[in-house]
Write a protein that binds this ligand. Structure first.
Ligand code: ATP
Length: 324
């Protein structure tokens, strides 16, 4: 392997720049050429490449977003699109690829590898933490801190007006952000897709909060919650059933995807970038690098996509106990 390309694909997340920096610097360390591909698979199809040296990635470890931009590419889902992408890689004498992204980006990588036997290593970059084979994806820790800070602020206004707030956080089909930010911000209730506790239970718990003298309440709702109601319908439902509550809704939205990465995400990105390049130089492919028991470890890329995710039961119990 003499020339490695790196790209960011799918939804962006804080820490992607730190990972790009790490891949580029590790390549420089091993005297291997490094190419950046702009706009993920779409840029690969269009040959939108840039040569990156150790100095190209100065002062980006602290920046949110991704300097290589990200994109979703319909064309890469077609054999013709992937053929063009492969031709561009060959033309630029690129031998291996590091893909920083989520499960969709990894799926594209697996399909591409099957067709062209092109070496690929994935680095999990998504705030949702919904990837098997790593305790943390890049950006998850930062998103948690952003969500907790926002919920703290909402609590200030909630308690000044004795209000009940429903706060929707991101996470797609995973409840990691909701559960962890909920516990971290002291939410009274946390609704996540993995655990349908039923709306009756929520009403009971809110009634109890009032009886025991709580003046304000926060319910954190994961965007993928399966209670059958969206966050606005949930708020209406509670207002209808518990008229003593004045209810408001806040959807945190894309702010959770932005901002400077936390120290944890910067360190994780640096570690994963080194490992990704070393695996490629070692002739390995179709692996995702991640964190297991605080050690950098690799997982089969297909397993990372399909392995599913499990919510921490102990944390659910902690949340339950904290709301008595
Ligand atoms: P996010 O966490 O934001 O969802 P992601 O990496 O899962 O990130 P996707 O939009 O699902 O984002 O996938 C990124 C890109 O990967 C797609 O736009 C497409 O180009 C490519 N891709 C996904 N699935 C396939 C597939 N089955 N075949 C070929 N390419 C694919």
């Amino acid at each position: 392997v003499k020339k490695i390309a790196v790209m960011t694909s799918g939804g962006d997340s804080p820490g992607m720049n730190a990972a790009i920096r790490s891949v580029v610097r590790t390549c420089a360390y091993y005297r291997t050429e490094c190419i950046g591909i702009y706009r993920g698979y779409q840029g690969m199809i269009e040959g939108d490449f840039v040569s990156l040296t150790a100095r190209s990635v100065n002062n980006i470890i602290n920046k949110g977003g991704t300097i290589l931009k990200s994109a979703r590419s319909q064309e890469f889902r077609t054999p013709e699109g992937r053929k063009k992408a492969h031709e561009n890689l060959i033309e630029h004498k690129i031998d291996a690829l590091v893909v920083i992204g989520g499960d969709g980006s990894f799926t594209g990588g697996v399909v591409f590898n099957k067709e062209y036997n092109f070496p690929i290593i994935g680095i999990p970059g998504t705030i949702d933490n919904d990837i098997y084979g790593t305790s943390h994806t890049l950006g998850y820790d930062t998103a948690l801190n952003t969500a907790v800070e926002a919920i703290d602020k909402i609590r200030d206004t909630a308690s000044s007006h004795n209000r009940l707030f429903f706060v929707e956080v991101m996470g797609r089909d995973a409840g990691f952000i909701a559960l962890n930010a909920g516990v971290g911000a002291g939410a009274e209730e946390i609704l996540i897709p993995e655990e349908d506790l039923g709306l009756e239970r929520m009403l009971e718990s809110l009634k109890k909060s009032r009886r025991t003298g709580k003046s304000s309440s926060i319910v954190v709702v994961a965007e993928g919650d399966r209670s059958g109601k969206n966050v606005y319908e949930l708020a209406n439902y509670v207002e209808e059933n518990l008229p003593e509550y004045e209810v408001r809704v806040s959807v945190l939205g894309h702010m959770q995807r932005g901002g400077a990465p936390s120290c944890f995400d910067r360190v994780l990105a640096s570690r994963l970038g080194v490992k990704a390049v070393e695996l490629l130089l070692d002739g390995k492919t179709n692996l995702m690098v991640g964190l297991k028991d605080n050690e950098v470890a690799s997982t089969d890329l297909e397993k990372a996509i399909k392995g599913g995710h499990e919510i921490n039961r102990e944390l659910l119990r902690v949340s339950d106990i904290m709301t008595t």
